[in-house]
Write a protein that binds this ligand. Sequence first.
Ligand SMILES: Cc1cc2nc3c(=O)[nH]c(=O)nc-3n(C[C@H](O)[C@H](O)[C@H](O)COP(=O)(O)O)c2cc1C
Length: 177
Amino acid sequence: MKVTVISSSLRNHSNSEILAESFISGARAKGHDVELISLKGKHIEFCRGCLACQKTGSCPVSDDAQEIIQKMKESDVLVFASPVYYYSITGQLKTLLDRANPLYDSDYRFRDIYLLLTAAEDEITTPQKAIVTLQGWIDCFERARLKKVIFAGGVNNPAEIASSPVLKQAEEAGSQI
Ligand SMILES: Cc1cc2nc3c(=O)[nH]c(=O)nc-3n(C[C@H](O)[C@H](O)[C@H](O)COP(=O)(O)O)c2cc1C
């Protein structure tokens, strides 16, 4: 299956991207065609709300979002990796999801969606609003569903996740696609 992993942390040695890499290694071991797209260095403007996409099926804003959205459309599985920022997903991931509005009502291929989250705190409530935010987007794509959330709390410094047992969980989830 074609799996697109979108990593939304912009920092080096990102915990959420390390979590994504574990997921990817599990998925690749099973022969899936996996592409990791980091939003680092990408130029992605905000959705302007013009709704031209509802008439034309494409976005008039020409930037890096165009190619990413096309790859999302053609994937069987989407994986979003994000640090928890103010109890939600990153602004850069939310911006991409808004820009993916041309996919609404399209013949998008994706079905299963995974969310990989990291945060400094490790409470049951820490990831909840991030999950709800992504679920709000998924709810608008009726053939898609949130298959699994993997949350690594208690990690704050870059690469602090490296010894976390949650990496194994992510690898297993990737191998079970
Ligand atoms: C702007 C900002 C907001 C954050 N908000 C939260 C938060 O609400 N709750 C929390 O537990 N951690 C919060 N953190 C900590 C990050 O989630 C944590 O450091 C995470 O491991 C970073 O992942 P990354 O290395 O992939 O960027 C915040 C960090 C930043 C920079």
